[in-house]
Design a protein around this ligand. Structure first.
Ligand SMILES: *Cc1c(COP(=O)(O)O)cnc(C)c1O
Length: 413
C-alpha cells in the first residue's frame, strides 16, 4: 500500500488488520481460500474505471481495445480449462450467474427442482428467503435419511410428478460427489434443463481431481473465490446453442459494464489453475479433508454421511453436547475460523445448528499436510471439550499461533 494510508488512513488500518487476521488465524471455512497476490494485483488494477457495455467486438463504448483483448483471453482460458463450448465471465457473482440462467431459458412462474437448503443446497436455489422463490415455483429434494446421500430415486420420482422445466444439482454443504450422469438422465426423461452449480468445487473440477459436470449439464455456474482461488466473481459455462440467450440476459438484461478488474483476476486464476502445482494442491485439499474426517471420527464425533469425497466435512456435534453456534464462537476465540452449519434433520434452529462445516482449502494453500491437520483436530477437540477452562484455551491459542507462523499465507515482501 502506497497511496491509501495517506488518502484514507482509516480504511488502510482496517485492511492491515484484516491482513493480520488472515495470517494469524486458521481458515477452515469451506467456501473460502487464500488467493495469490497476483490475483489481487489484477483486481486492484487500472481496469476498475473503464465503461465497456457489451461483449468483445460488440461494445457500446469507445476505447475498448484492451478490454476486448482481456475478456477474449479470459474466455478462451475458461473454455480450455473446463473443456466447455462457451464461457460467459460477466456475472458479478455466483448468485447473479444462477439468476441469469433462470431468466435466459425459463418464464417467470416455471417449475424448478433443486436440493433443499437444510440438506446442503443454496439460498439461490429457491429458498423462501431468496427472490428466486418469488419468481419461480420450486420443489426440493433431500437426502436419504440413512445414507445422508442424494436419493436419486426420490429425485426421479419428484421429477416425474412435479414436471420441472429445470433441475439443479449442486450444493454448499454436501461432502459427497454428485452423479451428474444420473441427474442428466432424469432431466432428459422429463425434458428439463440441467443446471449444475459447482460454486464450491470449481477448483477441484478444474484440476480434474473429481468428475466434471460440464459434459452432462446444459449449464454450469460457479464462483471463482472458493476452491478455485481466483477472488470474487461469477462464471457461466454452457453449450454453444445457449450462448446468445445468456449473453443477452446478462447484458443488457441484468447488468451494465462487467467488473473488468474481476475479469482480469478470473483470467489470472484460470492460467494458474492450468499449472501442475495447482493439481497437486487440489489433490492435497482432498487428502486433508479426508484427514479431518478421520481425525474427528477417531475423537468420537459423528461425520455426516460417514466421510467426504471433496474439500469439506460436516461434523455432527450432538454427541458432545454442543451446538454449532457455541462451537463456532469458542473456536474463533482461539483463532480457528469455521462456520456452524445445519446437518440433515437438524433439531436446532438454522442460526444455532448442531454441526460445523470444515473446509480444507485454506490450510492446504498454506502448505499444511496431514500431520498439521491431525494437530488442528487435536486443538479443536480440546477447545470444544474444555471450553470453560481459560488456561487450556490460552495454550490452544498458542498452538494455533505457532502453526500460523510456521505456515504463512503470504511471504513477507
Ligand atoms: C457460494 C455459493 C454461491 C454464491 O456465490 P456468490 O459469488 O457468493 O454469489 C452459489 N451457489 C452455491 C452452491 C454456493 O456454494
Amino acid at each position: 500500500m502506497h497511496y491509501l494510508p495517506n488518502d484514507d488512513p482509516e480504511v488502510a488500518k482496517i485492511i492491515q488488520q484484516e491482513e493480520a487476521r488472515i495470517e494469524n488465524t486458521l481458515d477452515l471455512i469451506a467456501a473460502e481460500n487464500h488467493a495469490p497476490r497476483s490475483v489481487f494485483e489484477a483486481q486492484g488494477s487500472i481496469f476498475s474505471t473503464k465503461a465497456a457495455e457489451g461483449y468483445p467486438g460488440r461494445r457500446f463504448h469507445a476505447g475498448c481495445v484492451h478490454v476486448d483483448e482481456l475478456e477474449s483471453l479470459a474466455i478462451s482460458r475458461a473454455e480450455r480449462l473446463f473443456h466447455a463450448d462457451h464461457a460467459n465471465l460477466q456475472p458479478h457473482s455466483g448468485v447473479s450467474a444462477n439468476l441469469a440462467i433462470y431468466f435466459s431459458v425459463l418464464d417467470v412462474g416455471d417449475r424448478i427442482l433443486s436440493m433443499k437448503l437444510s440438506h446442503g443446497g443454496h439460498l439461490s436455489h429457491g429458498d423462501p428467503s431468496s427472490i428466486t422463490s418469488k419468481c419461480f415455483h420450486f420443489r426440493h429434494y433431500g437426502l436419504d435419511a440413512r445414507t445422508e446421500r442424494i436419493d436419486y430415486d426420490e429425485v426421479r420420482e419428484a421429477a416425474e410428478t412435479f414436471r420441472p422445466r429445470m433441475i439443479i444439482a449442486g450444493a454448499s454443504s454436501y461432502p459427497r460427489l454428485i452423479d451428474y450422469e444420473k441427474m442428466s438422465d432424469i432431466a432428459k426423461s422429463v425434458s428439463a434443463y440441467l443446471l449444475v452449480d459447482m460454486a464450491h468445487i470449481a477448483g477441484l473440477v478444474a484440476a480434474g481431481v473429481i468428475p466434471s459436470p460440464v459434459p452432462h449439464a446444459d449449464f454450469v455456474t460457479f464462483t471463482t473465490y472458493k476452491t478455485l482461488k481466483g477472488g470474487r466473481g461469477g462464471v457461466i459455462l454452457c453449450k454453444k446453442e445457449y450462448e446468445r440467450k445468456i449473453s443477452k440476459t446478462i447484458f443488457p438484461g441484468a447488468q451494465g459494464t462487467p467488473s473488468l478488474n474481476l475479469l482480469a483476476a478470473k483470467a489470472v486464476c484460470f492460467k494458474l489453475a492450468m499449472e501442475p502445482g495447482f493439481k497437486e494442491e487440489q489433490i492435497k485439499t482432498l487428502e486433508n479433508a479426508a484427514a479431518f474426517a478421520a481425525g474427528f471420527e477417531r475423537k468420537g464425533y459423528r461425520i455426516v454421511s460417514g466421510g467426504t469425497d471433496n474439500h469439506l466435512v460436516l461434523v455432527d456435534l450432538r454427541s458432545k453436547g454442543l451446538t454449532g453456534d457455541a462451537a463456532e464462537k469458542t473456536l474463533e476465540s482461539v483463532g480457528i475460523v469455521v462456520n456452524r452449519n445445519v446437518i440433515p434433520g437438524d433439531p436446532e434452529k438454522p442460526d444455532v445448528t448442531s454441526g460445523i462445516r470444515i473446509g480444507s482449502p485454506g490450510v492446504t494453500t498454506r502448505g499444511m499436510g496431514e500431520v498439521e491437520v491431525a494437530q488442528i483436530v487435536e486443538l479443536m477437540d480440546t477447545t470444544m471439550a474444555d471450553r470453560k477452562d481459560s488456561h487450556i484455551l490460552e495454550q490452544v491459542s498458542q498452538g494455533v499461533a505457532d502453526l500460523c507462523r510456521k505456515f504463512p499465507v503470504y511471504k513477507k515482501t
